[in-house]
Write a protein that binds this ligand. Structure first.
Ligand code: BGC
Length: 755
């Protein structure tokens, strides 16, 4: 072991320290050979190693060393399986160690605000609880093998349009409950060695110099002590960034920004402590790498098998009428669609992997059954080719079942661009329609990184959402279609009926360089569920070849304070004939109505593996955050005291069991009252309720308003008075209640004990 961080900090000159603040090359941090400080290699990520030997770029254009392409996050999110995400992290790290990679840039954990975001294939979910829990496992898996992860893109990087400079306006509650919660568990539990800031601005400040995000929340509230790296090229005002908590600028900007920092230290406008702080974090990252120990030899064959095992857990069976699936070995099957020969298994851009092995779905299907292939359409064709169509119709009319491999061509979804619609290419739609006239057993298998609309849904007996499954996706798909593997994926995002139904439809991608998140907290199922807008396939949906019965729910207590915890146990039984895995989903519904909240929110999930006839228990722990909303005035997550329903089921629409619990808040929120505070505000605040009663009686008697007129409900006077501001005590009594008395009343109200 060489010198300690403190010793190195003492020996480094100011110039050397400033040079460490940005990269040496496109992917390497700076070295200081004089002191034995080596450069550290940071490469993409997130679902495979993208180490470019020459001419690196961040748009995925130049070729990289062969590496295993695991399923991207769009598929991984549908696994709802913490263990396999961890396992993927370990396997990723083994390949990083073999290539001397210090940090692999991922996971990407931005919320899928709109299905149009061109980079949704790299993100887990529309739900922050699910996303954050899976991202934490990804990080832990990678780092358990001595490689750093980089949680990205912090924060509110939810579109590609104008991503480098866009300003997103997001209200505080939405930010906290949705967009920051998706990072919070990943940071607190995953403890990533690095966090990558986002390109865009949030409420006017760039991600790279946003003190609120980088210092106040990430470091002070969440206790993060790792390194913050810029997204590639995200630095704006480097000095301001350093003060805000941005440590390392990537890639190299030559000496442009380092010299600005050095000059600022020399002219006294930047205290050197800010430079030291950032350099310390870089040196601490280096120490973590040194502590990693010997790397195990990497096996690409083994990693391919792991990629397959993961892919099998990610496939979502959306529809399966008349049990048309699984295919039987003796079924005469015709496979149509170029995706069967040219699989789409990853997205485009900085995460593009040069695979070690790659099989074709067609070949894998042929290994398991009686399969004939006709092309039918080219992946990106908008117009139908008459000859290909005729051939497909003819083959379909001779077959027992038709498997149509459809989906989005790569040009449709890539980093740097958003989609403009949710359609798959026209030729595919037309072909499905025509073929369905000649064969009733249509099975559509989709390859896409984000939701598509499905005008063909009524004609398809089965729909399999294959997402992008990584390099071993072909084997996994074939096994699921032939029932060698029972599908167990569930949607981590809502599939809408129409683009116009999406909650941010009117505000995506914004105007000019500005977008407003006007849908607020109502993202994904939080909107569809609350506003009763029927989606095509709901959040959490996914079928199996077996049946699961939800037998019993028990909660270990009837009531709790928000400082306590409750344990929920749910018994689930496999009542079918084959083994399978079931994701048990737990949602919380707040029965109070004071605060505008989504109808329900996901607060727990567990994947159970069950043999036929077997019963197992899913156990969930609920705590304050399971019930809380973010209170902007109190600047904290708070619980509204009262009754909450615990809803457990197989999807967000398919709730099978319910229980209830009373939760009492212990938070002391000091309220302040003003002339324009209402009687209602002081009445509904426990410590001032008695004073409120007295003043409301006085107001009813003395205001000169006749509240008894007409056919009013019994509590009419009370409800109306609640809305009057306290200043009307003076005006409506024509001064009998004096200004002086009002001042004294406010003093009394503001002086009460808040305990
Ligand atoms: C992307 C990052 C990526 C980086 C380095 C950027 O354009 O937004 O996700 O890690 O390039 O390739």
């Amino acid at each position: 072991m060489g010198q300690s961080v403190d010793e190195l900090l003492k020996e480094l000159t100011l110039e050397e320290k400033c040079s460490l603040l940005s990269g040496e090359t496109f992917n390497d941090s700076q070295s200081v050979p004089r002191l034995g400080i080596e450069k550290m290699l940071m490469t993409d990520g997130p679902h495979g190693l993208r180490k470019q030997s020459d001419k690196p770029d961040h748009l995925g254009m130049n070729v990289s060393v062969p590496a295993t392409c695991f399923p991207p996050a769009c598929a991984l999110g549908s696994s709802w399986n913490r263990e396999i995400v961890y396992k993927m992290g370990e396997a990723l790290a083994s390949e990083c160690r073999a290539e001397n990679v210090a940090v692999i840039l991922g996971p990407g954990n931005n919320i899928k605000r709109s299905p149009l975001c061109g980079r949704n294939f790299e993100y887990f979910s529309e739900d922050p609880y699910l996303a954050s829990n899976l991202a934490a496992q990804h990080i832990k898996g990678v780092q358990s093998k001595g490689v750093g992860a980089s949680l990205k893109h912090f924060a509110v990087n939810n579109q590609e349009t104008k991503r480098l400079t866009l300003n997103a306006t997001v209200d505080e509650r939405t930010l906290r409950e949705i967009y920051l919660t998706s990072f919070e568990t990943a940071v607190k539990e995953g403890k990533p060695w690095t966090v990558m800031c986002a390109y865009n601005r949030l409420n006017g400040e760039f991600g790279s110099e946003n003190k609120y995000l980088l210092n106040d929340i990430l470091r002070e509230e969440w206790g993060y002590d790792g390194l913050v790296v810029t997204d590639w090229g995200a630095a704006n005002d480097r000095v301001k960034g350093l003060i805000a908590g941005q440590d390392l600028e990537m890639p190299s900007s030559g000496t442009v920004n380092d010299s600005k920092v050095e000059a600022a230290v020399k002219d006294g406008s930047l205290p050197v402590e800010y430079v030291d702080r950032a350099v310390r974090r870089l040196l601490e990252l280096r120490e973590k790498l040194h502590a990693a120990g010997e790397a195990e030899p990497v096996s690409y064959e083994k990693n391919h098998r792991i990629a397959e095992e993961i892919a099998e857990e990610c496939i979502v069976l959306l529809k399966n009428e008349d049990k048309v699936l699984p295919l039987k070995a003796e079924d005469k099957v015709v496979v149509i669609g170029e995706f069967a020969e040219k699989p789409r298994f990853q997205g485009g851009g900085s995460s593009h992997i040069n695979t070690t092995f790659l099989n074709k779905p067609l070949e894998e299907l042929k290994k398991l059954g009686n399969v004939e292939y006709v092309k039918g359409f080219a992946c990106a064709a908008e117009e139908c080719d008459a000859n290909l169509l005729a051939e497909a119709v003819e083959a379909a009319s001779r077959a027992d079942k038709v498997v149509i491999c459809a989906g989005l061509p790569e040009v449709y979804e890539t980093e740097g661009m958003d989609r403009e619609h949710l359609n798959i290419p026209g030729a595919q739609i037309r072909l499905i329609e025509e073929v369905a006239k000649h064969n009733k057993n249509i099975i559509v298998v989709l390859s896409n990184g984000a939701p598509v609309v499905m005008p063909f849904e009524p004609q398809a007996k089965a729909i399999v959402e294959g997402y992008l499954l990584g390099q071993a996706g072909a084997e996994a798909l074939a096994k699921v279609l032939y029932g060698k593997t029972n599908p167990s994926g569930k949607l981590a995002e809502t599939f809408p009926q129409r683009l116009e139904d999406t909650p941010c439809f009117l505000n995506f991608p914004g105007e000019g360089y500005h977008v407003e998140y006007r849908e607020g907290i109502f993202v994904g199922y939080r909107y569809y569920d609350t506003c009763k807008v029927k989606p095509l396939f709901c959040f959490g949906h996914g079928l199996s070849y077996t049946n699961f019965s939800y037998e019993e729910i028990t909660v270990d207590r009837e009531s709790m304070t928000d400082q306590e915890k409750a344990t929920v146990r749910v018994k689930v039984k496999n009542t079918g004939a084959v083994a399978g895995k079931e994701v048990v989903e737990l949602y919380i519904h707040d029965c109070q109505t004071d605060i505008v909240r989504p109808y329900k929110e996901l607060k727990g999930f567990q994947k159970l593996s069950l043999e036929p006839g077997e019963e197992k228990e899913a156990v969930f722990e609920l705590d304050k955050r399971s019930f809380a909303y973010y209170d902007v005035e109190a600047k904290d997550f708070l619980v509204q005291s009262g009754r909450f329903e615990i809803l457990v089921g197989a999807s967000s629409e398919d709730i099978r069991l319910k229980a209830a619990i009373e939760v009492t808040s212990t938070a002391i929120v000091k309220k302040h009252f003003y002339r324009n505070s209402t009687f209602g505000e002081i009445y509904y605040y426990e410590p001032t309720r008695e004073i409120a009663r007295e003043m409301m009686d006085y107001f009813e008697r003395e205001s000169g308003i006749d509240f008894s007129l007409g056919d009013r409900p019994a509590d009419f006077a009370f409800r109306v008075i609640c809305d009057f501001p306290l200043k009307t005590l003076v005006t409506f009594t024509k001064g009998r209640f004096s200004e002086q008395q009002l001042t004294e009343l406010l003093e009394k109200l503001n002086g009460v004990s808040h305990e």
